[in-house]
Design a protein around this ligand. Structure first.
Ligand code: ZN
Length: 395
């Protein structure tokens, strides 16, 4: 997601004068498909996706297991540089479940929460409510599940036309629909942004879809965009992030992303392997030097060599312990990772003869795919053994 997000440092800017002039002119009321694009801050998209995912997990834990639809509100503004683009800067979850069964705009709890949220946002931020989002956690199929259902169109109508009539600061008001299961399957945020036509608007051709394309048949059109397809239009969704946000993500993913931390083994790095060998050589040299010195007091000037030698041997012993501990820890970490992720759990209880050729080849595939790391770990395992032997010899 982060990689495909557009970098925009100006999207978060709020130009009050130009936006107030726009709010008075309201060019979007004169044209049925006025808005062409919705830019969503990557952080807002992440919040919405995470919220949608929570609904899936909570629903699947219930009996019967059915993913829960979630809903929330978004804040943002029209882009003053391109008035056909809307900018969503943040998102807030609402305590509502199952949005397809009833028109959410009629829910007093939602309206109460919306009014409260709106007030608290106005107190601390310049942006206004710009729309609502909800999830369609339906099974993955040929088409994405981001579309407006009949009930969604009614909810959108209530808010969109209410804000237009009242000249509210929340005009223009949009609806975003998230498909959490497809997002997971595709590994990217799957969402659509929509606005309704005016109720009296007549499409030039009934096969024109919300995407402004002519579909081959009514059945295909409805299959993709739902039975309410003639009532709304969709906008291109573009994720964006600021340079600062990108930098923070890079630092986080480099240093703290758990998968990377888990996957990396310092011991197997080329530098670490070379330096381990050099350290062992150096220790051996130190020990050889100490051993080569004549024993007895005759060759020792000032009578201090004895303590210098024993200091050198003690330092070598500490170095040996450090190297062997590092290598042993690395080996243990690799063994734990292998036991956790690579070895099929069921084979542990089976005698070797019961393992089929498939399993054998799978196991071989695993080890050959990481041949570079296994060869290096075997070389470092022998150096670990020799270091441990050296350590015990010194002790
Ligand atoms: Zn819906």
């Amino acid at each position: 997601m982060a990689a495909s997000a557009k970098i925009s440092d100006s999207a978060f800017d709020y130009d009050s004068d130009r936006l107030e002039a726009l709010a008075l002119a309201k060019p979007w009321l004169a044209e049925p498909r006025y808005f062409t694009k919705t830019m969503v801050a990557a952080s807002a998209a992440m919040k919405m996706l995470q919220h949608a995912q929570t609904g899936v997990e909570r629903g699947m834990a219930r009996s019967p297991p059915v993913p829960i639809e979630i809903m929330g509100l978004m804040i943002g503004h029209v882009d003053p540089d391109d008035t056909r683009t809307l900018v969503v800067t943040d998102a807030f979850p609402l305590p509502v479940e199952g949005t397809e069964t009833s028109v959410v705009a009629d829910n007093p709890r939602v309206n109460e929460y919306m009014a409260e949220l709106s007030e608290s946002i106005e107190a601390v931020r310049k942006e206004r409510l710009i729309g609502w989002y909800h999830s369609h956690p339906f099974d993955v199929r040929e088409y994405p599940n981001w579309f407006f259902s009949m009930v969604d169109v009614q909810t959108q109508n209530a808010w969109q036309h209410q804000s237009e009539r009242m000249g509210s600061a929340s005009d223009p008001f949009i609806g975003i629909v998230i498909d959490p299961l497809r997002s997971l399957a595709k590994g990217r945020p799957e969402m659509g942004a929509f606005r309704n036509f005016k109720p009296d608007y007549k499409l030039p051709n009934r096969l024109v879809g919300p995407d402004n394309k002519v579909w081959p048949s009514e059945a295909a059109l409805t299959e993709r965009w739902g039975p309410a397809c003639g009532s709304y239009y969709s906008m291109e969704v573009q994720l964006f992030q600021t340079t600062l946000c990108q930098r923070i993500l890079q630092v986080l993913s480099r240093e703290h992303l758990w998968a990377r931390v888990l996957a990396s083994t310092a011991m197997l790095d080329k530098e670490a392997r070379e330096s381990a060998a050099q350290r062992v050589t150096k220790i051996a040299e130190t020990l050889a030097k100490a051993e080569g010195l004549p024993s007895g007091g005759a060759a020792r000037p000032f009578g201090s060599s004895m303590s210098r030698d024993s200091t050198a041997v003690a330092a070598a012993a500490r170095a040996v312990t450090d190297v062997s501990l590092e290598l042993l820890q690395g080996q243990a970490a690799q063994a734990v990772k292998y036991a956790t992720f690579s070895r099929p759990a069921d084979t542990a209880a089976e005698p070797p003869a019961a393992r089929g050729p498939g399993r054998a080849s799978r196991a071989t595939g695993t080890s050959s795919s990481s041949s570079s790391s296994s060869s290096s770990s075997s070389s470092s395992s022998s150096s670990a053994a020799s270091a441990a032997a050296a350590a015990s010899a010194v002790a």
